[in-house]
Ligand binder design. Structure first.
Ligand code: URA
Length: 496
């Protein structure tokens, strides 16, 4: 006999979580649970249909377990999807995570893949709502209220309303949607039933301002109608005043581009070359006197002006290290990847996620360590729209060691963990074979201790799942060695 669980609303993650926790404690398999959304009278019956076989004492499987951060990242988004099976999917994942705490890393698993797809669709829908909601002014007692009509694909109104509350705090507004409407009265958010398009106004005096603004930011030289429709799908156009202009703007784009080219703007007074020269001067002055740099902040202020090797030319930005100045352990990676280059932070992409999980498993909080790279700019080869990682060469690693050694000098860690061959050879200033030297304490000239292990990206590239799992465990074991070494050296492992 299956158990019926009735959630109070479509996107109530807290309610789902508390029901799921109770079901796990009752050791109830996913096949025995039917999820639905309904009124509170129905949820009064919750557990009334409990099958007798689950009344048995909880087994060891129902002991408390830690839910990985990746699941907690995805689940609140998945809950907002309009797919009716989403509650069951999440419960199935939760159930399976008890036996396999690394399940969320297996991106080929159908449940994991589906959860990721649903979460992505919800994120996209939320983004569209924040970009395409257009309020119209309506006169009301004592002032104006602002009303918008929007048709989201998923149950995102509650999750997205706080964005509008922060952005339009000083206005009284309502966003009407078919399933749920959100209201802000200047002090509190509230939600009421869905509405129809006819409940929302269609024109107001501001429409002209919107159109003028849109026409002024439209750059005919950059017109790409495919990209425009991908970013602003036509189904949203009907609620957006500016979209009426699009056909005309597209038609006249070529002529306007020609005019723009024939009338170039006056040269800016401060050129890129001027700025580069000023930065180079500051860098040369600072580099001439190593001791002039007394803080990470001062070091990082110079980093983006680095021209020590040609890698700066194609990268978005230099990526500094991250972590507390008081850290007693430094982790060194190779170089920023695609995500790191865009976000300006180390280890925030797939390798970073794997690193976080391994650190977690080894009992070393990421917030207690300083994480950086041997090379500070992303080296890549463009392939269509993708940027494929390329290994930095010896000259680039040597050129970038200036930055790394300053980081080490300023932080003065007790332990330095090199992730992969590039980091190890930069640290030891000689070629390193990971297989021969990993997992051992190495005395460094400045008194710190070094330890070498593999780079997390190496684990992501292994094609054989069994080998990958074995290597992942070896990686965690190396990090555990790092934890023991750090303890013996008297280093603090406390999160900052
Ligand atoms: N790989 C690295 O070595 N460093 C990063 O920051 C990200 C991926």
């Amino acid at each position: 006999m299956a158990r019926l669980v009735v959630l109070p609303s479509e996107a109530d993650f807290a309610a789902w979580r508390s029901e799921a926790r109770a079901l796990i404690q009752a050791d109830l398999t996913p096949e025995h649970v039917v999820w639905s959304v309904g009124s509170s009278t129905q949820s009064g019956d919750l557990f009334a249909s409990a099958p007798s076989n689950i009344a048995a004492a909880p087994t060891s499987a129902s002991a408390p377990f830690t839910v990985p951060a990746r699941f907690l990242d995805l689940a609140p988004s998945v809950i907002c999807h309009s797919e009716p099976e989403r509650f069951a999917l999440l419960y199935r994942l939760l159930w399976r995570l008890r036996a396999d705490k690394h399940l969320m890393e297996v991106s080929s698993d159908p449940d994991v893949r589906l959860a990721e797809t649903l979460a992505k669709a919800v994120r996209r829908d939320k983004h569209k709502m924040t970009a395409f909601v257009r309020f119209r002014e309506v006169a009301a007692d004592g002032g104006s209220v602002w009303i918008a009509w929007f048709e989201p694909q998923h149950h995102i109104v509650e999750a997205t309303a706080p964005f509008f509350m922060r952005r339009f705090t000083g206005m009284t507004w309502s966003i009407l949607t078919p399933r749920l409407s959100a209201h802000w009265n200047g002090t509190a958010l509230s939600f009421t039933a869905g509405a129809t398009r006819a409940d929302a106004p269609t024109e107001d005096a501001l429409e002209d301002h919107w159109r003028t603004y849109f026409a002024s930011i439209f750059n005919p030289a950059r017109l790409n109608t495919d990209a425009m429709q991908r970013e602003m799908p036509k189904k949203y156009w009907k609620n957006m005043p500016e979209t009426a202009l699009i056909p005309d703007l597209v038609r006249s784009a070529r002529e306007r581009t020609r005019t723009m080219l024939a009338n170039p703007p006056p040269m800016p007074r401060v050129t890129v070359a001027d700025r580069e020269a000023a930065m180079a001067k500051a860098r040369v002055a600072a580099e001439a006197s190593d001791n002039a740099i007394t803080s990470l902040r001062a070091l990082n202020a110079l980093l983006d002006g680095c021209r020590r090797c040609p890698l700066y030319r194609d990268a978005t930005q230099a990526v500094p290290g991250a972590g507390p100045r008081s850290a007693e352990i430094i982790l060194i990676g190779e170089q920023p990847g695609d995500q790191e280059d865009l976000q300006g932070k180390p280890f925030v992409g797939p390798a970073g996620r794997l690193l976080d999980q391994a650190l977690d498993a080894a009992g070393l909080p990421r917030t207690a360590v300083y994480v950086t790279n041997a090379v500070k700019h992303f080296k890549f080869e463009p392939r269509g729209k993708r940027r494929l990682h390329m290994k930095p060469n010896t000259a680039e690693i040597d050129a970038c060691r200036w930055w790394l050694s300053h980081e080490i000098k300023l932080i003065r860690p007790k332990l330095i963990v090199a992730l992969g061959a590039t980091a190890a050879s930069s640290l030891l200033q000689r070629p390193v074979k990971i297989g021969a030297e990993r997992g051992q304490a190495i005395a460094l000239p400045d008194g710190a201790t070094g330890l070498i292990t593999v780079h997390p990206s190496y684990l992501l590239r292994l094609p054989d799942a069994k080998v990958a799992e074995m290597e992942r465990k070896r990686f965690i074991a190396d990090l555990e060695t790092a934890v023991h070494l750090a303890r013996d050296l008297g280093a603090s492992l406390e999160a900052a």
